[in-house]
Design a protein around this ligand. Structure first.
Ligand SMILES: NC(=O)c1ccc[n+]([C@@H]2O[C@H](COP(=O)([O-])OP(=O)(O)OC[C@H]3O[C@@H](n4cnc5c(N)ncnc54)[C@H](O)[C@@H]3O)[C@@H](O)[C@H]2O)c1
Length: 510
């Protein structure tokens, strides 16, 4: 199956924020595009918006003026009667199931036999939208992200009755339009909005435990996790009303799966009208003159000149290299038992180890070492400018200060948190991996589709499956078991695929 030919006519119904962008993408790819809206003035507004965007690209030298003119000329207002010429109609009307069902049924009476009807719904069931129409096999989800002209990902969603042929055509067409397409079955949140839930949910839980300030948590997630934004600053940008609604809809659509439990604190923010940037206040204060919140950094004191590395630090080994490059003498001692694979650094009287999902206080008691400090997971220990740390309650303040001052020599800004299980980056990544493994286990999408969706849809630096493969499923299985033991309940239950330690990258149960 191939993408639709360039001269195939594309219809776009609903000329709002999304419809205008989708129409622009299709027209830029060379298609004649017919634009319809219940409100005629919406079409003129959409065309003006498209023209403005094209002009700005021309102004920046990214688009030839002739190309811009041709793209705009291909985008025409239309009537219902014109739709018979379309090979694909994308609907981007209001997010209302009944309105979309009525529209699809009406469209199928006017379009040709082979026309595919795509819905840009972000939260409704594609199966439900298609149900009751004459040809549910030709109804497909084509979920663009906002703004469609700039966001690379398109989720291609199959309802129960969607034909493989229709889904394939939409997939290939999206790719021909310069997008990265990822396929999934119709399921609450599709790929991105479902897999991303722990990014917000775990951050709220860690904040609820008063482990650190939002600015500190954001800085650790950004600097250590490599995410473009921390969870709180991102929610302030998205809007807490929108973000809360998505979480709530996934929670309700999964019959109250505890894993997606919305945050009470976020609900309170919404009730207070603190919606984020758009209302001037959310987690942070954006009003004129408001001070910008800064992450906590412990500069420490009394750095040591000699550190003992016991066993292997595994993925965190570059910490040793950075300390050595800073002129610190690192003495390596072979570890036995657990230390062989999960070693530590002796810094002064303190022991510094990677978190495994157990709180430092408990681990200090179990390992019989009171001055224990855990550090958080990082995307790249050779480059991270920061480390999140959690000292055990038994750890003396002087021991922590020595650890921080010594790490500072290696270029690590140390941001201590209260002792919370799994700190913040590991906690988020472990739950993203868990969520992703479940999506594959339930046949929602492939491992490849998940990594593509998260990298291109929300700019994650590394997809959850790639995280699992680089750090190892044994580690994540242990972390999730530790979190479950610590918190109880079903939130941290381990996906069957993590228990079975694997998946195939492109295996897809259709
Ligand atoms: N805004 C986003 O960030 C975003 C992202 C992804 C998907 N979506 C989805 O895209 C769809 C559109 O969202 P939007 O933000 O562009 O909305 P919008 O309100 O900006 O635009 C909707 C347009 O549809 C028109 N319309 C409504 N009912 C109609 C009907 N029955 N027939 C013809 N036209 C009709 C309205 O006049 C309006 O111009 C929704 O399903 C939404 O969930 C939105």
């Amino acid at each position: 199956m191939a993408a639709l030919a360039k001269d195939a006519v594309i219809g776009v119904i609903g000329a709002g924020v999304m419809g205008a962008g989708i129409a622009q993408v299709a027209a830029a790819a060379g298609h004649p595009v017919l634009l319809l809206d219940a409100q005629p003035e919406a079409i003129a507004r959409a065309r003006a918006d498209v023209e403005k965007d094209l002009q700005s690209r021309v102004g920046k030298g990214r688009l030839a003026a002739e190309e811009a003119r041709a793209t705009l000329a291909r985008l025409q207002p239309a009537d219902w009667d014109d739709l018979g010429r379309c090979a694909l109609v994308v609907e981007a009307i209001a997010e209302d199931l009944e309105a979309k069902r009525t529209l699809v049924a009406r469209l199928q009476q006017g379009v040709g036999r082979h026309c595919i009807i795509a819905t840009n719904t972000s939260s409704l069931s594609v199966t439900a939208i298609a149900a009751g129409s004459h040809h549910p096999e030709r109804v497909v989800g084509m979920h663009f992200f906002n703004p469609p002209t700039r966001m690379k990902l398109v989720e291609v969603i199959s309802g129960v009755d969607t034909s493989a042929e229709a889904a394939r055509t939409v997939f290939d067409t999206a790719e021909a339009w310069g997008k990265k397409a990822a396929t999934a079955r119709s399921t609450p949140g599709f790929i991105v909005n479902r897999i991303a839930r722990p990014f917000y949910g775990e951050a709220w839980r860690v904040l609820a435990e008063s482990a650190a300030s939002p600015a500190t948590l954001d800085a650790i997630v950004r600097d250590c996790g490599g995410f473009p934004m921390g969870p709180f600053e991102l929610m302030d940008l998205i809007g807490h009303d929108v973000n809360f609604k998505v979480t709530q809809s996934v929670f309700e659509a999964t019959f109250g799966d505890r894993r997606y439990t919305p945050s009470l604190a976020q609900q309170e923010l919404v009730r207070a009208g603190r919606l984020g940037r758009k209302s001037g206040r959310g987690i942070y204060d954006f009003r004129d003159g408001a001070a910008r919140s800064q992450p906590t950094v412990e500069a420490g004191s009394d750095p040591v000149r000699r550190v003992v590395a016991v066993g292997s630090l595994g993925i965190a080994t570059p910490i040793i290299t950075r300390l050595e490059q800073a002129g610190i003498d690192v003495v390596r001692v072979q570890g036995t038992g657990a230390a062989a694979t999960a070693g530590w650094l002796e810094i002064g009287g303190a022991r510094l180890m990677l978190t495994d999902g157990r709180p430092a206080t408990r681990r200090a008691a179990e390992e019989g070492h009171e001055h224990l400090v855990l550090f958080d997971l990082a995307l790249d220990y050779a480059a991270t400018p920061r480390l999140g740390l959690a000292p055990a309650d038994q750890c003396g303040p002087a021991a922590l200060r020595t650890v921080c001052a010594t790490l500072a020599k290696g270029g690590f800004a140390c941001s201590p948190m209260d002792d919370v299980a799994g700190l913040i980056v590991l906690r988020i990544i472990a739950m993203l991996v868990n969520e992703a493994a479940d999506a594959v286990a339930y046949g929602i999408c492939t491992a490849d589709a998940i990594d593509d969706a998260m990298r291109y849809g929300v700019n994650y630096p590394r997809g959850p499956m790639a995280w699992a493969e680089s750090v190892g499923l044994d580690f994540f299985a242990r972390v999730l078991a530790n979190l479950r033991e610590h918190y109880g309940g079903e939130r941290y239950r381990t996906s069957v695929l993590i228990q079975r330690r694997g998946w195939t990258r492109s295996g897809f149960r259709e």
